[in-house]
Design a protein around this ligand. Sequence first.
Ligand code: GAR
Length: 191
Amino acid sequence: MKTNIAIFASGNGSNAEEIIKYFKNHDYVKVALILSNNPDAYVLKRAENHKIPHYVFDRQQLYKTKIVDEILRLNGIDFIVLAGFMWLVPERLVKAFHNRMINIHPALLPKHGGKGMYGDRVHKAVVENKEKESGITIHWVNEKYDEGDIIFQAKCKVSPSDTPADVAAKVHKLEYENYPKIIEKVITENQ
Ligand code: GAR
């Protein structure tokens, strides 16, 4: 039996793309669903290109109804991967997917995390703070932004001349190299 993954993403979806490619023809993991809160997200186009079922939900549907839960159930989803998903996951879904939902954050948590800290804002904060290093954190999802137990971190150097875009490029590289492999490892260990 394959483990079916749903990816939640709000924007470009370059991480989603890497994850989709990594698990294409995989023995026991399948990217079975892409979900987004943003009807204009490029990740939906990526889902279409790879012929992966995809749905868009709004705030009311996510927080006040169980439509998303139902879509997950109907698609036989066992595991949720957040990849650039900008909304807080409601508590009932966190509970339903306890130890079956992970997130990636583009910095070394607990630094530069929390509400409003996402994407380029994080890299801007790293540069403004004159950090000497940044990186990625992959963690379990709980009811609070970026506070679940850490599974994996990887670092990159930040030089004084780096712009937020330079830091973003280094961090994205780390994400693409590591997120698919860590997803595979976590699923394998929890099977
Ligand atoms: C990624 O860098 C991811 O770590 C970050 O958003 C970016 C999405 O890029 N996530 C967060 O900031 C979550 N707090 P992508 O859509 O190209 O994968």
